[in-house]
Design a protein around this ligand. Structure first.
Ligand code: ADP
Length: 292
């Protein structure tokens, strides 16, 4: 008999196996089932999603939405049907990167229909539901978490192979809701060299472990700047320690991305899909392989 600990998030209690003498994951006994964490929310009856990938970070501004968008573009180019669920509800990064306008996510009595990017990626973001993209979202955590849940349960995700969930930074209400309510298949942790990387990776990894979601790997963004004249890599924020951290935790280092002014300009113009040299093609391939 394993030890069961009770946890309470968002007013909901659920129990998790802390220790067991056999593999609860492949056991169908009622006792073990009761320890496999909370029941996941149900998708809309017309939705079909292959794998769900959560993208998380310790703090804002490290480029988590950038990495979510780039991974979506890479998977789309590899021929998969891709969706992005923008759970980072207070900022408009995802719609902006793809040039999507407010009011393009529409609904009827059957459910909500995602906006579609020129390249064919389905996107749902609160900013696309607002009548005006400058409307501020002044909601408390539980209301935001409820909206994110609806993006899972009420949206018609049409034959999606990979759904990327862009989580808000940290381990607050919304990331917990995502892990607690969505059937997440794996997480990608994004950090930048000036973060307290070890601590952030540890926190995110602890959350993923508690929710029994595998960590697919790490992406370091804003790692360096490449000199446009000589091509030398300049480590603006000092030496990166991401390789050591990846080794220490036993996670793959999926990518180290430079600060790229051309990429920033594409994002500002809403044309991220027009990027020529995608820096996350190998990372996307590794994720697909890990989720097979
Ligand atoms: P987060 O989702 O972590 O808050 P964003 O993805 O919104 O961060 O990125 C913050 C800002 O930095 C955005 O303006 C984005 O375009 C820019 N940015 C992110 N990564 C890069 C990069 N590798 N090169 C250039 N600009 C970047």
């Amino acid at each position: 008999m394993g030890i069961v600990i009770f946890m309470s998030f968002l007013g909901k209690d659920f129990e998790m196996a802390q220790e067991c003498t056999h593999d609860c994951g492949s056991c169908s006994s009622a006792d073990c089932n009761s320890r496999k964490g909370p029941q996941k929310d149900k998708l809309h009856e017309k939705s079909k999603i292959g794998k769900i990938i959560g993208v998380v970070s310790g703090k804002g501004g490290v480029g988590k939405s950038m990495v979510s968008s780039l991974l979506a573009v890479a998977l789309n180019r590899a021929g998969y049907r891709v969706g992005i669920l923008d759970a980072d509800i207070t900022g408009p990064s995802i719609p902006k990167a793809f040039g999507l306008k407010s009011g393009t996510v529409e609904g009827d009595e059957n459910g909500l229909y995602p906006a579609r990017t020129p390249g064919g990626i389905d996107v749902v973001s609160l900013n696309l539901l607002l009548p005006d993209e400058t409307s501020p979202v002044i909601w408390r955590g539980p209301v935001i978490a409820g909206t994110v849940k609806q993006f899972y349960t009420d949206v018609i995700w049409d034959n999606i192979d990979y759904l990327i969930v862009d989580c808000p930074p940290g381990t607050g209400d919304v990331p917990l809701t995502v892990f607690q309510s969505f059937k997440v298949d794996g997480v990608v942790i994004v950090s930048s060299p000036q973060d307290l990387v070890a601590m952030i990776v540890k926190k995110a990894a602890n959350m993923a472990n508690m929710m029994e979601v595998p960590v697919l790997g790490l992406v370091e963004n804003m790692s360096f700047v490449r000199c446009p004249d000589c091509g030398k890599e300049i480590y603006l924020f000092g030496e990166s320690h991401i390789e050591e951290i990846a080794k220490e935790f036993g996670y793959p280092l999926l990518a180290k991305l430079p600060i790229d002014p051309a990429l920033a300009a594409l994002v500002d113009a809403g044309k991220i899909e027009q990027i020529e040299k995608l820096p996350v093609t190998d990372a996307a391939e590794a994720i697909v392989a890990a989720l097979k």
